[in-house]
Ligand binder design. Sequence first.
Ligand SMILES: Nc1ncnc2c1ncn2[C@@H]1O[C@H](COP(=O)(O)OP(=O)(O)OP(=O)(O)O)[C@@H](O)[C@H]1O
Ligand SMILES: [Mg+2]
Length: 502
Amino acid sequence: MMLGRLFRRNRYPRARPLRWELTDELLRWSRDDIWTLRDAVEGTLILGATGSGKSSGSGRTIAVSMLDAGFGGLVLTAKPDERALWESYCRETGRLGDLIVVGADAERRFNFLGHELNRQGIGAGLTENIVNLFSNVMEIRERGASSGGGREDGTFWKQGALKCMRNAVDLVSLATGTVSVPDLVRVVLSAPLATAQIRDKDWQHGSFCFECLKVADKRDKSPRQQHDFGVVCDYYLLEWPNLAERTRSVIQATFMGWADMFNRGLLRELFCTDTTLTPEDVERGRIILVDLPVKEFGEVGQFAQVLWKYAFQRSIERRNVAASPRPVFLWADESQHFVTSYDMQFQTTCRAARVATVYLTQNVSNFYAALGGGDKARAEADSLFANLNSKVMHCNGDAVTNEWASRLIGRSRQFLASGNNSYDAEDQWTASLGLDWLGHAGHTSAGYSETFELEVQAREFTRLRTGGPANGWMVDGIVFQNGRVFEASGRTWLETAFRQVP
Ligand SMILES: Nc1ncnc2c1ncn2[C@@H]1O[C@H](COP(=O)(O)OP(=O)(O)OP(=O)(O)O)[C@@H](O)[C@H]1O
Ligand SMILES: [Mg+2]
């Protein structure tokens, strides 16, 4: 049943290339089927049931090939054992010195607001970037909260809270020349609740919001800042105090729900103090592993990772590939925990930015559910799947996934026996798999009809080997790359095998 075996090019360690070409070979799916850097930066999706061999089969092979080629990267973790796994990959490829662990000790910190500010200074899209960053991370939280329905309603409050944040960021940056979460919170909590209050001296003395308005008013401002300040004044002096009490309090609560997370505990330490590590470090070959596995750290782990992911995506998209050509990977096992709608957009720029995304998950339904369910989620997930060009399917019992994979590989013109003719057992077996059939067609021209059949039936995915002693440590996978015909199979798909390394 096996067509190709995985052939790795060299043994480690070896000298790493200083330049990277898109034609560089990373690994081989079979003796004649090369997987190149170009293939890698077109994205990879690995699917398979729990224990099917995603991590120890294709995952390991791909990870090691990228480390071996000198990639930098970001690793998001769902399970506590992933750190040890990556340490072993790095040790094997001589990359241990490049591995940087972001962990609960908060030794590796990243002040995302400060980073954004230093990068571009006040103005020039700063506010929108910060608001987008929050909005992206919060998508995760809303997903959990919106499962009870009322999505429309949620969108309304979210828009209100984003507007609230936009104005707070503008006001704080105009007044203080910097932005911090505590200052954003202080502004929102001290904004006037009624028009009359604005003239009240006591309120003025105690309000950080008023203080900021006063200071920002006196400061020298560029024409753009002057315009932004006008918008901010309208918001705090007219719109906010005149909102209906209930509306205002829900918007404020929504905003506080977001800001509060970064204003306390581990997230504050990791993201709102100083900076000892930035996403740009991956361009220098660092492998940043966020060791706050979702299974252990829950929501906090998930937020931290999504924040790192988004910051990484934005930073790597901006890089000048001519000056900084090192390929990098974005790695996420159990990737349904980390997927956000920005991924679809990011994936379309990965190739130019030389980012090899590798997402592993058990089944496609995980993604549909993670993106909120319904038609929109399905469309988003399908768009992401389409942009992860290499797909490796391992053993799976999930009917939805198996049918999805079967449809993905598609139909081909096949010749079916009409009844009387027979051929030997060996041929029948390969024909049923859609393998190598055309080679036999010359011998059996009569008595066959032509139909369009699924190349790989859904049930085939339930029969792949899953490693372990019972399978001689072999893991099977079916590889599909859109637009590719594999040498070893002559087909658009290839069944290959991975040897587990104890
Ligand atoms: N290094 C190894 N050597 C031998 N067997 C292994 C090794 N790693 C895992 N196994 C076994 O091989 C099978 C596949 O494991 P693997 O962890 O790769 O699956 P997986 O698809 O990543 O599962 P999950 O979704 O739970 O992460 C399991 O039965 C596991 O116990
Ligand atoms: Mg795994």
